[in-house]
Design a binder for this molecule. Structure first.
Ligand code: ZN
Length: 160
């Protein structure tokens, strides 16, 4: 675990380790509207994301379980903290902002990303980008469907 994190800036390691060891919003959501199973075969990460939408398509509740590397689990934990209670449009905005954060050089990360900015270090490592994006790919899929269960994989084409 320390080898992969050694690649990241030291300042960010603490936050990532803290979230991977004590993930927030970790657990089952019995009355979920949507469940998405996210798979990152290149690293062996799995995320089971459960979302309960409110009447307007906002994220009333969001929880996850899963296992895998520290980056994937910390990214999911940080993401759920950020997205819980957000309106649908805010979630979509955050999704694109985070994608830019971990894939684009020289971008100006929006301040509203908050703690999520600790993930920016992964942009130098394409394999780690998949780990960080995994929970977000699951959210993206959850927004496409309003109910039911589905699976998404990082090996599928990315959203535009
Ligand atoms: Zn991973």
């Amino acid at each position: 675990m320390n080898t992969e994190l050694g690649e990241l800036e030291e300042l960010y390691q603490e936050v990532i380790l803290d979230h991977s060891r004590r993930p927030r919003n970790f657990g089952e959501l019995p009355d979920a509207s949507v469940k998405v199973h996210g798979d990152n075969p290149s690293c062996g990460d799995e995320i089971h994301l459960a979302i309960k939408f409110d009447g307007n398509g906002g994220l009333e509740q969001i929880k996850f379980t899963g296992h895998g590397c520290a980056i994937s689990q910390a990214s999911a934990s940080l993401m759920t903290m950020k997205l819980k209670g957000k309106k649908r449009a805010e979630v979509e905005e955050m999704l694109h902002a985070f994608h830019d954060l971990v894939t684009t050089e020289n971008n100006h990360a929006p301040k509203n990303l908050g703690d999520l900015q600790v993930m920016r270090g992964v942009r130098k490592f394409p394999q780690r980008v998949k780990c960080a994006m995994l929970p977000w790919r699951a959210v993206e899929q959850a927004l496409r469907q309003s109910e039911g269960e589905s699976t998404v994989s990082t090996e599928e084409p990315e959203f535009g």
